[in-house]
Design a protein around this ligand. Structure first.
Ligand code: CTP
Ligand code: CA
Length: 225
């Protein structure tokens, strides 16, 4: 049994973490989703909790269980995640580790779509809200530090650097998720931290260690300003 740290370096700080995939229903029995185990986001919530932070953990349907000692807010869809994030704010820091589905099915069916011989369904999509961009660009009450993730399969640093600028977040944790890296679904991660100081490549290490290093960087950042 864990008792909340009353004198950790993040004691008194409220930190919002999004994690896991979102599921966007097609009909009551089918959905589209991104591939995400939730392991990295969960490890980040644990690392922040262990430094004393008050963590709000907004999670889609992940493979790994949500940690104890944090405020768990389960959601299914991107729009539910956005609403939960807005409700959980204000926060000192927000970390967006979720793999949010970019699109939802425009007109989801309330009843199960039946197979029809010789006829294929055609799905139309609508774009989901960009939760990270919305929070990064808040004119009032923006978290002091907004951290996004960028899972890429090529030109990782170029894509992630452009993403940081486009969304307006402070840091991007970028990684190469090409199938041959074994990072998706694995226990290790190899990330590059993109900040105002440029790109900093971290050695490949456990997702828990990535989370702890990131948590310590957050402590340093909050101490500086
Ligand atoms: N993100 C979000 N809301 C969305 C899409 C993404 O909050 N609707 C966040 C993710 O949690 C992540 C960051 O934005 O922190 C980058 O997500 P990513 O999918 O890499 O960026 P996109 O802008 O969607 O670009 P693309 O998928 O085309 O690479
Ligand atoms: Ca995306």
């Amino acid at each position: 049994i864990r008792s909340a740290l009353t004198d950790g370096p993040l004691t008194g700080k409220h930190i919002l973490v999004t994690s896991g995939p979102t599921h966007e229903p097609i009909d009551p029995v089918r959905y589209i989703a991104n591939r995400s185990s939730g392991a990295q986001g969960t490890a980040i919530a644990v690392a922040l909790r262990d430094l004393g932070a008050d963590v709000s953990f907004v999670t889609g349907p992940a493979d790994v269980p949500a940690p104890s000692g944090v405020r768990v807010i389960p959601v299914q869809t991107a729009r539910e995640m956005q609403a939960a994030v807005e409700k959980a704010l204000p926060a000192d820091v927000a970390v967006f580790a979720a793999a949010v589905a970019d699109w939802r099915v425009a007109s989801q069916s309330g009843s199960k779509i039946k197979k029809q011989q010789g006829k294929l369904p055609v799905l139309e999509f609508s774009e989901n809200p960009d939760i990270l961009a919305g929070v990064s660009q808040m004119s009032e009450g923006r978290p002091r530090l907004v951290v996004g993730f960028a899972a890429e399969t090529d030109d990782v640093i170029a894509h992630a650097t452009a993403k940081r600028a486009r969304k307006g977040c402070d840091w991007i944790v970028a990684n190469d998720v090409s199938p041959d890296t074994g990072i998706m679904g694995g226990t290790e991660n190899a990330v590059t931290l993109i900040s105002e100081r440029g790109a900093e490549e971290w050695p490949r290490m456990g997702k828990d260690e990535v989370a702890q290093q990131l948590a310590h960087r957050i402590v340093d950042y909050l101490a500086k300003k």
